[in-house]
Structure formats: structure tokens, C-alpha cells
Design a protein around this ligand. Structure first.
Ligand SMILES: Nc1nc2c(ncn2[C@@H]2O[C@H](COP(=O)(O)OP(=O)(O)OP(=O)(O)O)[C@@H](O)[C@H]2O)c(=O)[nH]1
Ligand SMILES: [Mg+2]
Length: 511
């Protein structure tokens, strides 16, 4: 971390302070791996606050103390504005989910509210700005690079790629690496310096591996560098032409391929990762960490273990602890973190407590870290947009707690292929009451909820032998149909516990 960065963070904190005199602001971090639900959370939270949504547990909103809420010009003029209106139009008019985020954007919600404290009420009109940043989840993984040397990162990358879940995707890249020593000994002549050619072809093989591994393993895997998977403005840039090298190629010669790669790795950290952290995370006050736990559960214990590792690693970057690389630079401290399991509308409410318990177990290590540095944590199962409603299915005389919704076009469940128009009722399965079942050693069968055919034979609590090894019944649904109000505007987006999440994150600030 360079002195210049420290100055910049200090300066931006000062600017925050100056603008805070007019309108105090809170920076809310919406953090999560790719596809965790960040964009949907931000869109639905804004829409519900602005359009008088049903938020009974968000006290300031429910009691009418928020007099006005509107999108206001954001403080960072060079960052694109979050495309709130487009996302809401997608969700409410076209009833499609917005596409994956490929760049950073920001939005400021400006609130006027009536304080509960008489003194405050008498002496000033209360205003509060809430700044939120949206970004591609892939980039979050890069925060884990900051404390790694090139050599450590290289050996980590090879170690991961050698694991059975990854090695099938790494064959070409490994074969290429095997040939590097030979290429170095017999350089081919071309227009470009041969080390450059070699660096680029190595980076290409490595990127192909990362892409294939991510496709197979989902967003949970700690695959870095994140920009290789979601380059944003660095598409095709030389900043992304490096890769890990086998330790056998380690060299102290500053003209070697190793040294070249090492320089590029360090440049990547200094010129891409540090600014990303500095501009978006270093100044956060509050944070919600969104986790697509259901999808990870569906994948099995290996994925869950991987997700746990990834989340814990990432959160190290947010803890001002002793080995923390930015510890003296962050003038603001995150004092509250909410861990939320998203998309809870894929489960019947009778399973929400269980999902929360699994989440609490998943973030145990991360929570300890936050609490040891004085922060407050909570866990919650939420759906920022509720795409299903609940119903009871009767199967052979048994009543099964079920969900009704319109599966997305192209979704397949057993023999059913969906057209994106037809409603469908399904029994999603139950989660086991004991979260430990999910955290057994990787490699063992997944302890999924009972298969629908078996459900009727089971007592309340399935024992392990009864657990079926199929995943939960899981299809992706279209966003819900919304009635229009008297002015022809769509009513607010339905959700699960979005209000409780907002109350935890912002309630005390709006007292
Ligand atoms: N049913 C349901 N699906 C959701 C919800 N939130 C997110 N999803 C689904 O998850 C997908 C990803 O959500 P996003 O909000 O785009 O995820 P993100 O974290 O912004 O992902 P990146 O931009 O790729 O980092 C959406 O396209 C939806 O299919 C929810 O509350 N309910
Ligand atoms: Mg997004």
C-alpha cells in the first residue's frame, strides 16, 4: 500500500466529512459473490423504500417517520449511476431478472425523516443520504490476493487446480505449463519478444481454465484473479496477461518469465485491486453480505466447505485486525454486518429457520472475527424479491407445504420443461433441523431433504438414513406479477424479511 493511497483515502474521508455537514451519509456495502443477489437486493430495497412498500419491521418506514425518499445525485461523479429505473422496469414490466453486473455503479438515496429524539426534532430537519455501490461479484475475490506474494498465489492456484473437482478443467493449462521450460530453452522467433508471446499464451490457457472451472463450480470457488472472469474495462488489456507459474520455474533473474509474471501480478494488485478496495470498501459504515446458500447446498458438502472458506477469506479484508493491509487507512469502521441467505422464496417458510441456522454455522468463523473487532453481526434468511407464493399440495392424502410460481423459460424439472408462462406448484423439500449434517467431511453423500415420494413416509424429523441424496427441488422462477395502483404504477415488490434486514442495517441511524 502506497503513501499516495493513504492520502487519497484520507482525502476522500475528509470530503465525506465536509458533505456530511450538510447531509450526513452512510455507506452501505452490499457484498456478495457473483449471482448472490446484490443487484436485486439494491433495486428492491430502493423500490420498497421509495414506493411505500410493505416494510412493517423497518420501524422508521412503518411508523411514517420517513417523510421523503428519493434518488439524489451521487457524491462520486466519475462512477456510473446504478441503473435503478432499468432494473425496476425489467423486474416489474418485463418480469425478467436483470443481467449479471459487469461494472461498478453507485446510487444515493436521500431521506428526510422525523427523528424520535425530541432534541434533534426541535433543532434540525433530519436528513440522511445512503450511498450504495453495486459491482460484479467476481471482483470481490481479488481482495484475497492482497496478502499473497506471487509465489504463494502460484502455488495456491496449482494446488486448487490439482484437486479432483478442478483438475478435469486444468488439463490443457497443465500441459502448456509442462512445455514452458522447453519453450524457454528454444525460443521461437517472431515480431514480439518471445517472453511476451509466452506470457500471453500462458495467460490464455490459464484464463480458459478459470472460465471452465467457474462454469463447473459456480461462484463459490475462490478463483482469482476476478478480472480474468469479468474483465470490465480491462477486456483485452495487457494488465491481464499474467498467470501462475510452476514453482520449478522460480527464478531471481529479473529478465526471466517468472520475474515478468511477478511484476504483472504486483501491478494488478496495485493498479486494479487497491483502487477497487479504496474507492468502494474502505469507507463503508454498514455491510450486508449476501450468500446464495441454497444453491451451494444443492451442490453438496464440497461446495459448502468451499463457500465457507471463500467467505471467511474475503471478510478478512474487512476486518481492521493486526495483519490487515489497510488497517491504518480506514477512518470509518464497519460496525454492523448482516449475513443474509438470499432467495429464501425457494423454500417454504417452515424451512426458513433451518436455513438461518445453516447460515449461522457457515459464517461462524467470519462472525467471530467481526465480533472480536467490536462489530455487531446478525444472520437472516431473506428474499429481496419474492417470486413464489405458498400453497399446500395434497399427494396421496398427505399435505405438503409447497410453492407456486412461474418457472423461467427453459427450466427443467424431471420431465417437465417450462415455457416461462405457466404456473407450477412444487414441494421444494425440507432442510434438516441439524445444520451439522451439512458440514460433514467433504466426499460424503449430501444430506438433502427427503424426496417428495418419501416425504409422506417420514416422521417430522427425517433421520440420516431417510435422507435422499437428490438436491432440493429447485427451479428458478420469474419475478412476480404486480398489480398496478390507482395511478397505473406497479405496487411495491414483495419480499421476505427485507424490512428486518433494513431495520438492522439502518434502524439505529434513523432514530
Ligand atoms: N427468486 C428469487 N431469485 C433471486 C432473488 N435475488 C436474486 N435472485 C436470482 O439470482 C440471480 C442473480 O441475482 P443478482 O442480483 O443479479 O446477483 P448479483 O449478486 O448482482 O450478481 P453479479 O452481478 O453477477 O455479481 C437473479 O437473476 C435471480 O435469478 C430473490 O430474492 N428471489
Ligand atoms: Mg449484479
Amino acid at each position: 500500500m502506497k503513501f499516495f493511497d493513504e492520502m487519497r483515502i484520507a482525502a476522500s474521508n475528509l470530503t465525506d466529512f465536509a458533505s456530511d455537514m450538510a447531509e450526513p451519509s452512510v455507506r452501505l456495502g452490499v457484498t456478495g459473490l457473483a449471482r448472490a443477489g446484490k443487484t436485486i437486493f439494491i433495486s428492491s430495497a430502493l423500490h420498497n423504500i421509495i414506493h411505500a412498500g410493505r416494510l412493517p419491521r423497518f420501524e422508521a418506514h412503518a411508523t411514517g417517520r420517513i417523510a421523503s425518499a428519493e434518488i439524489a445525485p451521487q457524491p462520486d461523479k466519475l462512477v456510473p449511476r446504478f441503473r435503478y429505473e432499468d432494473h425496476i422496469a425489467d423486474l416489474t414490466d418485463r418480469r425478467i431478472w436483470p443481467v449479471s453486473t459487469s461494472r461498478t455503479s453507485q446510487v444515493r438515496l436521500s431521506l428526510r425523516y422525523q427523528s424520535k429524539e425530541t432534541l434533534k426534532r426541535t433543532f434540525r430537519s433530519d436528513r440522511m443520504a445512503i450511498d450504495i455501490v453495486d459491482y460484479p461479484g467476481e471482483w470481490l475475490l481479488d481482495l484475497t490476493l492482497m496478502e499473497l506474494s506471487y509465489r504463494d498465489w502460484s502455488s495456491r492456484s496449482f494446488e486448487q487446480a490439482s484437486k479432483p473437482l478442478y483438475s478435469p478443467h486444468a488439463r490443457d493449462w497443465f500441459a502448456h505449463c509442462d512445455g514452458i521450460a522447453t519453450s524457454l530453452a528454444n525460443p521461437e522467433q517472431g515480431d514480439e519478444p518471445y517472453l511476451e508471446t509466452l506470457a500471453r499464451s500462458t495467460a490464455k490457457h490459464f484464463t480458459d481454465y478459470l472460465t471452465a472451472a467457474k462454469q463447473a463450480r459456480g461462484a463459490y470457488a475462490l478463483l482469482t484473479p476476478g478480472r480474468f472472469l469479468m474483465p470490465g474495462e480491462y477486456q483485452d488489456s495487457p494488465a491481464l496477461s499474467f498467470a501462475p507459474l510452476p514453482d520449478a520455474l522460480y527464478s531471481k533473474d529479473k529478465h526471466s518469465l517468472w520475474a515478468m509474471m511477478e511484476r504483472r501480478f504486483e501491478d494488478y494488485k496495485a493498479s486494479i485491486v487497491v483502487p477497487f478496495y479504496r474507492d468502494h470498501f474502505a469507507r463503508l459504515d454498514r455491510q450486508i453480505v449476501l450468500i446464495d446458500l441454497l444453491a451451494a447446498l444443492n451442490e453438496g458438502p464440497e461446495t459448502l466447505a468451499e463457500l465457507e472458506e471463500t467467505i471467511t477469506e474475503i471478510l478478512r479484508a474487512f476486518r481492521p485486525g493486526s495483519r490487515f493491509w489497510l488497517r491504518n487507512l480506514v477512518s470509518r469502521r464497519i460496525d454492523k454486518i448482516l449475513f443474509a441467505a438470499t432467495k429464501a422464496d425457494h423454500l417454504h417458510h417452515t424451512s426458513h429457520d433451518r436455513l438461518e441456522r445453516i447460515l449461522a454455522r457457515l459464517v461462524e468463523r467470519a462472525t467471530e472475527r467481526v465480533q472480536s473487532s467490536g462489530g455487531e453481526c446478525q444472520t437472516m434468511a431473506i428474499a429481496a424479491v419474492r417470486a413464489t407464493r405458498e400453497a399446500t399440495l395434497t399427494v396421496e392424502g398427505d399435505e405438503l407445504p409447497s410453492l407456486v410460481g412461474i418457472p423461467l423459460e427453459g427450466e427443467i424439472l424431471g420431465e417437465d420443461a417450462f415455457d416461462g408462462e405457466t404456473e407450477f406448484a412444487l414441494f421444494p423439500g425440507d432442510l434438516p433441523a441439524n445444520p451439522d449434517l451439512f458440514f460433514r467431511a467433504a466426499g460424503q453423500p449430501a444430506p438433502w431433504g427427503p424426496h417428495p415420494d418419501k416425504a409422506a413416509q417420514l416422521e417430522d424429523e427425517p433421520n440420516e438414513d431417510d435422507l435422499f441424496q437428490d438436491p432440493l427441488c429447485f427451479v428458478r422462477f420469474r419475478p412476480p406479477h404486480l398489480e398496478k395502483d390507482a395511478e397505473g404504477l406497479p405496487r411495491s415488490l414483495p419480499h421476505i424479511r427485507l424490512d428486518r434486514a433494513l431495520d438492522f442495517l439502518l434502524g439505529d441511524i434513523l432514530k
